[in-house]
Design a protein around this ligand. Structure first.
Ligand code: GSH
Length: 205
């Protein structure tokens, strides 16, 4: 039976990270989804009630406590299962959290780019700002490609979940970036992890 409620949109890559972790740790049944639609300029009243920042994901626990953002929620949910933690507790912890943070930086830039092109009126757009967000994405992916392939392949943990959701979001919202051609190692890794049930069941739409 569900004891927690997750504010959810099937397009949100930050929400997807939570869903993938729930799936990977066998906790899907514990969380009910509360569908919302929101943008920075059209917030959801329900979300605002529970998260003054107006952002998803936010997770309401059985006792009414609300957790946000995705990093906090992942940390909490990872403490709620008996399997091997997806946020390592040993020496690898800080490295893996740092890689997860870099994956989140890709997502932040990609979500901002999406808002810039989808929400901002055309006469107010700023090409240089868009280019700078795109460069952030490219620098981060170049680092993952040149430094992290073996680490990523070693375990589908917090870092790998973050990057997989980020690459899935680029495919969904920024396909014109053509990241696969420039980062073939990441493309091969992503093709592999995309087959996991947790990734297949949470495809953005
Ligand atoms: N750092 C946050 C980012 C969450 C985020 O930006 N979510 C987007 C949806 S993908 C959102 O709620 N946007 C609405 C807004 O920015 O007001 C997290 O990790 O949860």
């Amino acid at each position: 039976m569900s004891t927690m409620t997750l504010y959810h949109s099937p397009a949100s890559p930050f929400v997807r990270k939570v869903l993938v972790l729930l799936h990977e740790t066998g906790q899907t049944e514990r969380v009910a989804l509360h569908a919302v639609q929101l943008t920075p300029v059209a917030p959801s009243a329900d979300v605002l009630h529970d998260n003054p920042a107006g952002k998803i994901p936010a997770l309401r626990l059985a006792d009414g406590t609300v957790l946000h953002d995705s990093r906090v929620i992942l940390d909490y949910l990872d403490s709620q299962h008996v399997g091997e933690p997806l946020i390592p507790t040993g020496g690898a912890r800080w490295r893996r959290l740092t890689l997860a943070s870099l994956a989140d930086a890709v997502l932040d830039a990609a979500v901002l780019l999406r808002y810039e092109t989808f929400l901002r009126p055309e006469d107010k757009r700023w090409d240089q700002w868009q280019a700078a967000q795109q460069e952030k994405i490219e620098r981060a992916l170049a680092y993952f490609e040149s430094e992290c392939l073996a680490e990523l392949a070693s375990r589908f943990d917090i870092a790998a979940i973050g990057l997989a959701c980020a690459l899935g979001y680029l495919d969904f919202r920024q396909p014109q970036l053509g990241w696969r051609e420039r980062f073939p190692g990441l493309a091969a890794w992503y093709a592999d992890v995309s087959q996991r049930p947790s990734m297949r069941d949470t495809h953005p739409k």
